[in-house]
Design a protein. Sequence first.
Length: 316
Amino acid sequence: MELISVVVPCYNEQESLPLFYDEITRVAAQMQQKHELEFEFLFVNDGSKDKTLEILRGLSKVDSRVRYVSFSRNFGKEAAMYAGMQNSKGDYVVILDADLQHPPKFIPQMYEYVSSGEYDCASTRRVSRKGEPKLLSFFARSFYKIINKISQTEIVDGAQDFRFMTRAMVDAILSMPEYNRFSKGIFSWVGFRTKYIEYENVERVAGTSKWNFWKLFLYSLDGIFAFSTAPLAIASVLGLIFCVISFIMIAVIVVKTLIWGDPVAGYPSLICVIFLIGGLQLFCVGILGQYLSRTYLETKKRPIYIVGETEKTKKK
């Protein structure tokens, strides 16, 4: 029988977990009635500070299909997804959130697409951002436009981490043990045939979002620096532009002085130019610093996550 691993990253999801468990087991039961399938539910506790771990311990006692990996601290959702895939045993792996913003009802449809052999992956794509702040939606759409213009990896606007994948695709993703991870880009970079299922945005069933504007902004920078070297070209382009401007200004000053005898004026304008060029230089150095810092972290080869507990090694 084919095994489907359901990977669920969790961070402070004590309110959502019981509702999610009821829904995912209902969907699994429906699929088992139609197909010869087995399921495992692999929850990854990303250093939650509420009762998430206690709930997972309880679920693993009453349901042998429930497994969990609990981190020693919060390592982030990217690390949680990687840990889930790495510890999964299934022929197929599906990743989704515990807040039910990724509706489990799509899993049977995803299975049909992938098991047919026509696709290696089925994913969901939001066609609307209903309920999301307009400013956040604007910047999100802008990010996808920018990243697709400056990167050779196409990242679909609205694509979710909610994905149903073959073991071959999961193994390909696991072969990229990057410390600074941007899974949306990695999913696209490894290739494979992907079917996108469009759906309207769904609100969280309980709890509050762990993402804010600043975290999303930093996450977008991770995506840009991970899948594009275009920012490195900014320094060269700006340097060339300012060299051309400087030669033009020199010629203008020389001509004005020789023909009209105009003195070289403008202490205030000189200061403004110095500040402008200095600011651009610092901006370019900052871009180099971003790439250098990521290289520095990669060379340390620190583990992506550290396991504090599993259902087999749970603390008494």
